[in-house]
Design a protein around this ligand. Sequence first.
Ligand code: SAH
Length: 254
Amino acid sequence: MKGKVWLVGAGPGDISLITVKGMECIKHADVLVYDRLVNPELLTFAPKHCELIDVGKKSDHHPIPQDQINQILADHAKAGKKVVRLKSGDPYVFGRGGEEAQLLVEQQVPFEVVPGVTSAIGGLTCAGIPVTHRDHASSFHVVTGHLRADKETDPINWKALAELDGTIVILMGVANLANITQELMQYGKPADTPVGIVMWASRDKQRVVTATLETIVDVAKAEDVKPPALIVIGGVVSLQQMLDFSAFISDPAQ
Ligand code: SAH
């Protein structure tokens, strides 16, 4: 068979939340290229001969630059390999998956994308937070909290978000929590709006803290909140305690 790249979403972390097709891809990979947030347990399903390449990124430094990652994918596929590019959540949600796919098109490498459960929705579900609810939110808005250093070029319209009633989900936002809450309150979002932070959603080490727009910065400090985490803002967070099912999780086969 000719080489090809599969861009595969690994889901939010719990290995059983990868899709059936995603798992098939791992089981038949010649080369597996993976990120820092991918649960390492998934790598154990790769065949013995499979080459594992860690291109894990931390938010403030990139061990392997994106163009080099792109080239690794293309080169191995051109050498006739089945390349699986395993990315956390869904490959096209803040994962630069689109850029990887573009390069493959430019280099005429066949590729396929296998969607995954994004942490932005499924991660909240695992933590007991429904992203919409008839009584609380009829829309949701997923944004990056990785603000540009220069405020003028910040691509996020915080004023518009503050004025909307929908649930706001922020990825990569922990370092900017104080700025974000400040912006939203400044634009009129009520200070008592519920806020939740979900760390390591769906993993055994999942942890949730809740507070309000006004108090979350202090609570996050006191609770030692660290990335990876999802910040959720809106009335749906008030349901978290009631809908938290973490104590009941079990294997359906048992
Ligand atoms: N493509 C991924 C997102 C990649 S950006 C997806 O669809 O989920 C990386 C950010 O996603 C992290 O900084 C964090 O904000 C969030 N994230 C991913 N997995 C997470 C998890 N299990 N728990 C909490 N946050 C997570």
